[in-house]
Design a protein around this ligand. Structure first.
Ligand SMILES: Cc1cc2nc3c(=O)[nH]c(=O)nc-3n(C[C@H](O)[C@H](O)[C@H](O)COP(=O)(O)OP(=O)(O)OC[C@H]3O[C@@H](n4cnc5c(N)ncnc54)[C@H](O)[C@@H]3O)c2cc1C
Length: 465
C-alpha cells in the first residue's frame, strides 16, 4: 500500500539533496503528447548524481511513496504520467545531461540518462561517428526514456532498436541500490544480462542513470528517395528487390499513405508535394554508405520500375531535398495529432504479412473512417490510425475507441503480431497486456517486479497494474 508524498515528506527529502534538486510541478511535467492522460505529483526531484538518485529512491521506498521516472516526457503510452492512487513524486533526469566520454576507437559513448537524443547524435557526429537512433521526437526525448521504452524509430531496419545500441548501463533499484554495469564490451557472458531486463522496463524496475551507447561509422554518402508504389504488396516486393541489390545500405524503408499528406494539408503543415500525380501509397527510402552509392541506387530503382513495383520516383539531388522528403515523414505524427485520431495502434506483424494485414484490417473498419496507415515497413511496424470522417471531430466517435482497438489487436494477434511494437505498455495498454500476453510470461514479469520492487514504488500502475 503506497502513501501520499506529503509536503512534510517533500521538504524532508529535499533537505537530503543538493541545492536546486527539488522544484515545484509544472504543467509540462504532468502532460503527455497525445493529451490522453494528465498526471499528478507532489514535487519534481531533479538529481545531479547517481548518489542523489539513490537517496531519493531509498527515502521514497522507506516511506512507501511512489516515484514516476521522467526523461523527455514524449512517451506515447502514458508511462510518464500517473493519475490514480497515492500522490507520487516525479524523478526527472533533466539535470543529468552530461556526455561523459566518446571513444571513436571503441565506437562507444558514455552519457548520463538525461542527455537529449539530438545532442547525443550531434556529439557522435562531431567525433566522426553515428548514433543511429532517430525519432521525430529526438529534439526533446532523453536517453533514459529511450532506453526505458526500448525506442525504435526509422533506422531499426539497419541498426536495431535501443536494446541493440546499448553496451552498458548504470541504474538504481527501488531500495536505492546502485547497479553499475557500465562496460564497453561487445562480449560479456557473465550470468543474467540484467541490462536487457532494465531496457524496456518503463521505469517499473529501476531508474536508469547512465549508459554506454554503441556508435557506428559515419556514412558520407546518403541517397534518399520518395517512391510511388502501386500497393503495400508492391512495397514489400520492392523492399526485397532493393535489399537483394543494395545489400546492407538501406537504413530506412517507410511506408506512407496518401492520407498522411492530406492530413499535412488539413493541419496547415507545410510540405512539398512529391509527385505531380498523387499516389495512394508511397515509400520513403534512405540509404547510406561510406562510399558513393548513387549508381547502385539508380540501377536498383530502374530495375524496380521495370518490374512494375515503382510508378514514379523522386531521388533527392542535395541535402535540402533530402530534408524536404524526410520532413514529410517526420511531420505526419504532428498532423495526426492536429486532425485527432479516434483510435491509434502501434502494431507489428511479421514483415511478409504486412500487405495481408493492411487488407484484412481495412475490412474491419467502417468505411466512413479515414485510415492513416504508415510506418516502418522494413520492421513490420505500422502506425495504424483511425480518423473521423472529414469535417467531423473525434469526440463524436470516441465511444467506439475500445471496440475498434479490440478489433485491430485481435487481428494483430491472429497474424502472430504485437499490439505494442515500439511505444511500450505504459498505462495505456495495461489491460491489453493482460489480454494478449502469454500467461507464463506475465507471471514471470510479476515475479521479477515483486523481487526488485516489493513495495511497488516504481512507476505504480505502469505495465503491470
Ligand atoms: C512526435 C513523436 C514521434 C515519436 N516517434 C517514435 C518512434 O518513431 N519510435 C519510438 O520508439 N518512439 C517514438 N515516440 C515515442 C517517444 O518519443 C519514445 O518512447 C521515447 O523513447 C521516450 O523518451 P522520453 O525521454 O520522452 O521518455 P519519457 O516520456 O519521459 O518516459 C517514457 C517512459 O520511460 C520511463 N523513464 C523515463 N526515464 C527513465 C529513466 N531514466 N529510467 C527508468 N525509466 C525511465 C518513464 O517513467 C516512462 O514510463 C515518438 C513520440 C513523439 C511525440
Amino acid at each position: 500500500m503506497l502513501t501520499d508524498a506529503t509536503p512534510e515528506f517533500v521538504t524532508k527529502l529535499a533537505m537530503q539533496l543538493g541545492a536546486g534538486a527539488m522544484r515545484m510541478v509544472e504543467p509540462r511535467d504532468l502532460e503527455e503528447p497525445r493529451g490522453v492522460f494528465t498526471g499528478k505529483a507532489a514535487a519534481v526531484f531533479r538529481p545531479l548524481t547517481v548518489g542523489e538518485v539513490s537517496t531519493i529512491l531509498a527515502t521514497c521506498n522507506a516511506a512507501r511513496v511512489g516515484v514516476v521516472p521522467l526523461s523527455g516526457g514524449t512517451g506515447l503510452a502514458g508511462g510518464q504520467t500517473l493519475q490514480d492512487g497515492a500522490m507520487p513524486v516525479i524523478l526527472s533526469l533533466e539535470r543529468m545531461t552530461t556526455i561523459i566520454d566518446i571513444s571513436p576507437e571503441n565506437n562507444s559513448m558514455t552519457v548520463q540518462a538525461g542527455a537529449i537524443l539530438a545532442d547525443v547524435q550531434t556529439a557522435a557526429q562531431n567525433a566522426g561517428r553515428l548514433f543511429p537512433l532517430s525519432l521525430a521526437s529526438e529534439g526533446s526525448c532523453r536517453i533514459g526514456g529511450n532506453l526505458a521504452t526500448n525506442a525504435g524509430g526509422v533506422n531499426v531496419l539497419r541498426y536495431g532498436n535501443m536494446r541493440d545500441l546499448c553496451l552498458g548501463l548504470e541504474y538504481v533499484l527501488a531500495d536505492g541500490t546502485i547497479v553499475n554495469t557500465l562496460k564497453m564490451l561487445r562480449k560479456d557472458n557473465t550470468g543474467y544480462d540484467l541490462r536487457h531486463l532494465m531496457i524496456g522496463s518503463e521505469g517499473t524496475l529501476g531508474v536508469i542513470t547512465s549508459a554506454i551507447l554503441r556508435l557506428l561509422p559515419l556514412p558520407n554518402f546518403y541517397e534518399t528517395a520518395m517512391l510511388a508504389v502501386p500497393s503495400p504488396k508492391a512495397a514489400l516486393a520492392l523492399l526485397t528487390l532493393l535489399s537483394d541489390q543494395l545489400g546492407g545500405v538501406i537504413s530506412a524503408f517507410e511506408l506512407i499513405h496518401r492520407n498522411g499528406l492530406d492530413f499535412l494539408t488539413e493541419a496547415g503543415l507545410p510540405f512539398t508535394e512529391p509527385f505531380s500525380e498523387p499516389s495512394e501509397w508511397m515509400v520513403l527510402l534512405d540509404c547510406a554508405d561510406g562510399m558513393t552509392i548513387r549508381d547502385k541506387v539508380e540501377n536498383a530503382l530502374m530495375a524496380a520500375m521495370e518490374a512494375g513495383l515503382v510508378s514514379d520516383a523522386v531521388l533527392a539531388q542535395n541535402e535540402a531535398q533530402r530534408q524536404a522528403l524526410w520532413q514529410i515523414r517526420e511531420t505526419i505524427p504532428e498532423a495526426n495529432k492536429r486532425v485527432g485520431s479516434v483510435s491509434s495502434h502501434d502494431i507489428s506483424v511479421p514483415v511478409a504479412q504486412v500487405p495481408a494485414f493492411i487488407e484484412a484490417a481495412k475490412q474491419r473498419i467502417d468505411p466512413m473512417f479515414r485510415i492513416n496507415c504508415f510506418g516502418h515497413l522494413g520492421d513490420g511496424n505500422l502506425h495504424y490510425n483511425i480518423f473521423p470522417p472529414k469535417g467531423k471531430l473525434r469526440d463524436e466517435f470516441i465511444d467506439l475507441r475500445p471496440e475498434i482497438s479490440r478489433s485491430i489487436y485481435d487481428l494483430v494477434a491472429d497474424f502472430g503480431g504485437s499490439f505494442s511494437a515500439e511505444h511500450g505498455i505504459g498505462r495505456l495498454k495495461v489491460d491489453d497486456l493482460k489480454r494478449y500476453s502469454d500467461a507464463g510470461k506475465l507471471a514471470t514479469m510479476r515475479a521479477i517486479k515483486n523481487a526488485l520492487d516489493p513495495g511497488g514504488i516504481l512507476n505504480p500502475g505502469a505495465i503491470l497494474a
